[in-house]
Design a protein around this ligand. Structure first.
Ligand SMILES: Nc1ncnc2c1ncn2[C@@H]1O[C@H](COP(=O)(O)OP(=O)(O)OP(=O)(O)O)[C@@H](O)[C@H]1O
Ligand SMILES: [Mg+2]
Length: 318
């Protein structure tokens, strides 16, 4: 996984809700702490959450994302965030084609929807064009590293495959040129790195293995690594586990031992869970994936200090 922070574009994806935005935020912080001008960008409006985490440090009332969320907002030293709206990106792109698309057609919502539906993957392609522009991979971007907080696995794969789909359909013209350009960037391991976020559950690990397979099939690239998020620590030694086992099943003896038995049952359940998680991490490693674990944060809100601790941990590995 070493060297991931040296890439211009870092794509973070994984199953819904596993912590993609949190880990993208921490990866961004880790890159910025090395002095690289870094942008965390998403396509779903997730920047509002990150802005809330950073704003809460200085301002007790979390800021609401500005209407123009695609304008990068500074989060910290060397760190910015932005949200790209795929509909808006497609409209801007069509307008940039100038005379090729009549203005009155663009102004009509229904024609726009018609076009968007007629060219599946168009919005995804144009969004990727915008991400690459921000990273300075095409045009004059303002950032040295762009961390893409990508949608969940299936949608992310569709988005990453859009340039190659368009490149194979359109051979000449502005769309073909953009598609070929973005495809080359996404397939260049010196420029683009792919980081999966998973949790140590059966479904999440299976989805990560599927992601690895599809990235290789569709783009010919590999995952740089997997962040297994929200894992539990192994708390007990072998000797302690034996003592826990001896306390279980004493419910009948006395109220005091009933309490001890309940505590022992809870401790046993916690241990069984960590063992299960350990096995899921081993499944990833057996497939040759490099894994870094991020512990579950026992706080009602994952705040900036917690995000900084995750960033520090990732910074040592990436
Ligand atoms: N290591 C962790 N420990 C505790 N809570 C966490 C951890 N990582 C993420 N969370 C919490 O889990 C929730 C989901 O995290 P996050 O929004 O990062 O997931 P996501 O994968 O981006 O979700 P979505 O698929 O909806 O975009 C948030 O409330 C976040 O604070
Ligand atoms: Mg998210």
């Amino acid at each position: 996984m070493q060297g991931l922070l040296d890439r211009k574009l870092i794509v973070v994806t994984g199953k819904g809700g596993v912590g993609k935005t949190t880990i993208a935020g921490a990866v961004g912080l880790a890159a910025a702490s090395r002095g690289a001008r870094t942008l965390i960008v998403d396509l779903t409006g997730a920047s509002a959450r990150l802005r809330g985490i950073f704003a809460s440090q200085t301002d007790p009332s979390p800021r609401i994302a500005p209407a123009d969320a695609d304008v990068p907002v500074r989060l910290a030293e060397s760190l910015w965030s932005a949200s790209i709206d795929p509909d808006k990106a497609l409209l801007e792109w069509m307008q940039s084609l100038g005379g090729r698309v009549p203005a009155r057609l663009l102004a009509s919502k229904s024609s726009f929807q018609y076009f968007a539906a007629a060219a599946p993957g168009g919005k995804e392609l144009v969004s990727m064009v915008k991400v690459c522009e921000l990273a300075g991979l095409t045009g004059a971007g303002r950032f040295e590293v762009v961390v893409l907080d990508a949608p969940a696995t299936g949608h992310a794969l569709a988005m990453l495959a859009a340039p190659s789909t368009f490149a194979s359909i359109a051979k000449v013209g502005p769309i073909a040129a953009a598609a070929q350009n973005i495809q080359a960037i996404l397939q260049d391991p010196a420029l683009t790195g792919y980081l999966a976020v998973a949790q140590a559950s059966e479904m999440s690990v299976s989805e990560t293995l599927e992601l690895q397979h599809e990235l290789s099939e569709q783009l010919g690239v590999d995952l740089a690594g997997v962040v297994v998020n929200a894992t539990m620590h192994r708390r007990f030694t072998g000797e302690e586990l034996e003592r826990i086992a001896s306390l279980r099943g004493q419910e009948q003896v006395s109220p005091r031992s009933r309490l001890a038995a309940a505590a022992a049952a809870a401790a046993h359940a916690a241990h069984a869970r960590t063992r299960f998680q350990h096995n899921q991490v081993a499944r990833l490693r057996r497939h040759g994936l490099s894994v870094v674990q991020v512990p579950f944060v026992f706080q009602s809100d994952l705040d900036l200090p917690a995000l900084e601790r995750i960033a520090e941990r990732l910074g040592q590995t990436l």
